[in-house]
Design a protein around this ligand. Structure first.
Ligand code: SF4
Length: 353
């Protein structure tokens, strides 16, 4: 690993220019307001900002804080209430982790430091450093994809070289200021989003253009991933005015209510769709001791972050009520009160139309 020793003169200029730029260009975000400089607000915003853009997060954050303005009120939140607020933002495991973490905080007070914070569900290196930097001005390196991009470009690091991550960490740590790290790390986040953008960095407007060695060839391009195609079946099973629902165990839709579903299987080669569907349908039928006719006329399409799903809908009307081990009967009119995903709403749109 190459050890980057950065000269003091460079560091001073770098930090000064970035902080000066921030004082003039800082984004006005709700969690940055003075009254919101508390652990609770920073924690919620940092968890929401993982994998979600600032623009999307703002209304969710505002709704969340309106419902639970502080940690004490949040202690009373149920998992379903949190999931209902989270509906549509995706990566629902974050909501579950918030719930688990606040249950821990409700029982015992913890020290708000780097190591203790990391013991809470959903808090890793990045979130714990961001909280400590923003809240206590601690000089810990805060490294997320934004900071990685700026460091990689500035030092012209080659993306396919081994030790890239270690080198970035080493440089980011060297550049972290002893004071004002809260502003500094937020400045880098803004710089990465407003100036050093992924596609076309606006180098002419950049405060560190003289320090930067970017030659346009160190793009952190993510190789174009082959987008997978998957298929699956969902069951709209009705008895009188009730329908069968399950709590999803899927990581993407964790704990949200949905209609019973088979697992999703790859169908990249456009294989015999009906044959595959019958196969997974038969398995599901066997496990749940239920029989139905394979009529695959209705389907919806939905795109997750890493695959396209074609989900077929089988409607079954039961003449007598049957109990299922992993599912629960819910009155049709109560479905709206259950936390559910965009996918579930699409299915509802198809079966209720
Ligand atoms: S000079 Fe350009 S590439 Fe370098 S940090 Fe600034 S915007 Fe990014």
């Amino acid at each position: 690993m190459q050890y980057y020793h950065i000269k003091k003169k460079f560091k001073t200029a770098w930090q000064k220019k970035i902080l000066r730029w921030y004082s003039k260009n800082k984004r006005n975000l709700p969690w940055r307001q003075k009254k919101n400089q508390h652990f609770y607000n920073i924690w919620i915003s940092e968890i929401m900002l993982q994998q979600t853009t600032v623009k999307t997060v703002i209304p969710y954050y505002n709704k969340f804080i309106e419902k639970w303005p502080n940690l004490e009120t949040f202690f009373e939140a149920s998992l379903d209430e949190i999931l209902i607020i989270w509906q549509g933002m995706g990566y629902y495991q974050r909501a579950k982790n918030l719930y688990l973490a606040k249950e821990i905080l409700k029982k015992k007070k913890i020290k708000l430091n780097l190591e203790e914070l990391k013991k809470l569900p959903g808090i890793g290196d990045y979130v714990s450093s961001a909280i400590c930097a923003i809240l206590f001005d601690q000089n810990c390196a805060v490294i997320d994809s934004n900071i990685k991009k700026i460091v990689t470009r500035t030092f012209n690091l080659e993306k396919n070289k081994p030790n890239l991550e270690k080198n970035i960490k080493n440089i980011a740590t060297e550049l972290t200021p002893l004071r004002n790290n809260g502003s500094y790390c937020q400045a880098l986040m803004d710089l990465a989003n407003l100036v050093c953008t992924n596609k076309k960095p606006n180098c002419l407007a950049c405060p560190v253009k003289n320090e930067c060695k970017y030659e346009g060839n160190t793009e952190l391009k993510t190789e174009k991933k082959l987008v997978k195609k998957k298929i699956g079946i969902t069951y709209y099973i009705k008895f009188k005015d009730s329908v069968l629902l399950q709590r999803s165990g899927d990581r993407m839709l964790e704990n949200l209510y949905c209609f019973p579903m088979t697992s999703f299987i790859d169908n990249n080669n456009e294989l015999d769709e009906k044959k595959l569907l019958k196969q997974i349908g038969n398995n599901w039928q066997k496990i749940n001791s239920i029989t139905y006719k394979h009529v695959f006329s209705k389907f919806i399409k939905h795109t997750f972050s890493h695959f396209h799903l074609k989900l077929f809908i089988i409607e079954i009307k039961l003449n007598s009520k049957k109990e299922f081990a992993n599912y629960e009967w819910v009155l049709t009119e109560d479905i709206v009160n259950k936390p559910s995903s965009v996918l579930m709403k699409k299915i509802q749109g198809e079966v209720f139309c």
